[in-house]
Design a protein around this ligand. Sequence first.
Ligand code: ADP
Length: 435
Amino acid sequence: MSAVHRKTLASLAAVAAAALAIGLIAGASWGWGFFGTGLGALLFHHVRHLSRLARWLTDPARGQVPEGTGSWDEVLTALHRFERAAARREKDLAEALARFRRAAQALPDGVVVLGAGNRIEWSNDKASAMLGLDLRADVGQPVGNLVRAPALAETLGAQGTQELVIQGELGARVMLRLIPYGRTQRLLLCRDVTQAERVETMRRDFVANVSHELRTPLTVLVGFLETVRELKLDPQRQRDYLGMMREQAARMQRIIDDLLALSVLESSPLPAAGRVRVRALLDRVLADGKALSGGGHVLSLEADPHVDIAGSEQELASAFGNLVSNAIRYTPPGGKVRLSWTDGPEGATFAVEDTGVGIAPEHIPRLTERFYRVDRGRSRESGGTGLGLAIVKHALARHEATLSIESAPGAGSRFAVRLPPQRTLPALVAERREG
Ligand code: ADP
């Protein structure tokens, strides 16, 4: 027998016993009278508790289960405990859901949960941004009505896991994967593949460019070989042909050397930063420039370096040397090429100015792309590979340095390298004195 039973029967028995005692002492009518009043009081007690319980049940405010006395104490305490456990379970569930949503928000990809009819149930912020969804307004809407991509509508109608790439918001290319789960649900995963597609296009263009660049001299070389083999040439003509063949082979070698240099710059870690003596570096770059010009240009260097550079001497020499070589190659004989170095607390600047052919503004942003040339013929004639400025850009990026280009057709060019202050070191005192 439960405690509720026991308590109810005990109170009934107490009323009956008291009524019997009163009946024996004061007469049966007093006894029945007391019995009736006692039963009424008990009934009132139960009805009052029942109505309080009914009131709470119509609007079960958390933690406010009514309190009770007598047998109701048992019932309401048990209800209170049950309500507390339910509240705890609800809180745990809400926390688990919040944790799950935080995890889904942290995913690098977009996620949209689709219910029956491909209606949106939930999406993380990344998916909303990529597909232009507004979760508050769009929940319950079929995703096909909101993401206007014809290919998506078709895919939504298909069964099984599907994959497609669509045009997303702000010109992004978005890869979608539709994965069925449950009976009618699907996960729509979104990934921004704009960059990956760009890299793939660049890779394809690069392979095509390299093949083209190597094929041209190779075709010429093979042509000369045939001529030398087939024709009976006098020794002078033969020497001329061999000289031209050597030129083509040298050109191929330059392209391959530059490609290897680029690949090292792109894929290898920067060697431990050494102290690059600026004075010696500039003197070397100037001497190489003079040798390349062969006295055809007026080369000058203005520099009083107060700093050394923390970095790779070989890479900086290659970057500076490429700029000087370009200035010479794109400046007609008799022109001037001026090298300068300035430094201060805000960093250092190495600039190469020439009085050469100059560059039209529309070409300037593309000059550091591999194989980009303003004038292919001129570049080739002067021994260019179209890779020089790409090498400069990569070598400078590895030194946190930037390249700025000012130029106008016919008015010469100025290529300036800015090295940040954290790359400069006070020049060694002994060397400054020597200098
Ligand atoms: P290239 O081997 O063809 O010189 P670069 O990458 O060094 O290749 O330069 C890319 C292009 O930039 C060149 O083909 C040329 O058109 C232009 N250019 C670079 N430096 C100069 C300069 N100092 N004056 C004029 N044009 C230049």
